[in-house]
Design a protein around this ligand. Sequence first.
Ligand SMILES: Cc1ncc(COP(=O)(O)O)c(C=O)c1O
Length: 392
Amino acid sequence: MAKEHQLSTKGVRAGQVRTEFNEHAEALFLTSSFLFDNAAQAAARFANQEEGMVYSRYTNPTVSMFQDRLAAMEGAETCVATASGMAAILATAMVHLKAGDHVVCSNAVFGATIQLFNNILGRFGIETSYVSPTKMQEWERSVRKNTRLFFLETPSNPMTEVCDISALARIAKSAGALLAVDNVLCTPALQRPLELGADIVVHSATKYLDGQGRVMGGAICGSKALVGDVLVPFLRTAGPALAPFNAWVLLKGLETLELRILAESASALELARWLQDHPAVSRVHYPGLSSHPQYELAKRQQRAAGAVLSFEVKGGKAAAWRLIDATQLVSHTPNLGDVKTTIIHPASTTHGRISPEARAAAGITDGLVRLAVGLEAVEDLKQDLSRGLEAG
Ligand SMILES: Cc1ncc(COP(=O)(O)O)c(C=O)c1O
């Protein structure tokens, strides 16, 4: 695919390989293994001396199409797909870290990411320090001789803090560490971390890349040296590969990604402004509002502010639960990135396992509600939320 094509073109065209039947849509290769013409070919393929399919844990044409399409969209040399977003983060850590290494991680990353670094990688001699995503001095001060990886999400979920990727890339580089960015909330349609100096981009494809809440998937994008060369052998040996059916669904998701996330971001901005003026709401966290502390940075770094916002209702947990329980249209579920708007109370669900002190430090108050805005009409969403907001 020509480099000069626009993102929307890449989303529908990049990576497609047609079979002898010349099918128009991407083919789904629902097969666990592939035939060899003869014994010499089998031996050559197993020894990596000849390119070609062997077994779907290593390579599959539908998975390859998804990888190539996402790589084109992220501006990456290579992309390796995984079974889930957590598998993508685990695989990145497994190939780039070893016992005795140190990680500096934003304290505002997905809860399972923190558990992975602490409870799993910690058992293998990898230590992680947590810092504020917006305080560059904390990142600088946390660097040790053995720091090998910086890890962050921007914007963060659910507080929507925006981290300066270019500034962190410079700090990581001078520390001799790799910078990995979880690009779940923005996707390449809104933000391309590799162009800003990041070394690795990880995705939970389960979210916006699918976009319709159907399948699990993950991906790692970056240079051939940091991603393709090391992660393909890791997946082949360790096994968290993406299923071909899921890759086929995700290919279809990428086709509409740009359209969806731009429309969802526009609705999120309208809702954020409306909530900001609502008498039952004390605070709205959304990078598209000029009141957001990183509003200028988000404008520079992102094409739009994204579709996730959070807000604090007056009256704490009781008011937040009342609002959620009064909704009839939005879906009460922890997923995000779906065309169906979702709502959740972070303090008692996604962040319920962390201590009240840590929750308070992260700004996750009992009155906080997270919305991941979908494609319904904004007026219908306002009406649905109004019922609970006005009940207090
Ligand atoms: C920002 C972020 N990263 C990673 C993950 C993990 O992805 P998955 O659920 O596909 O394993 C999630 C899931 O919610 C997420 O929100």
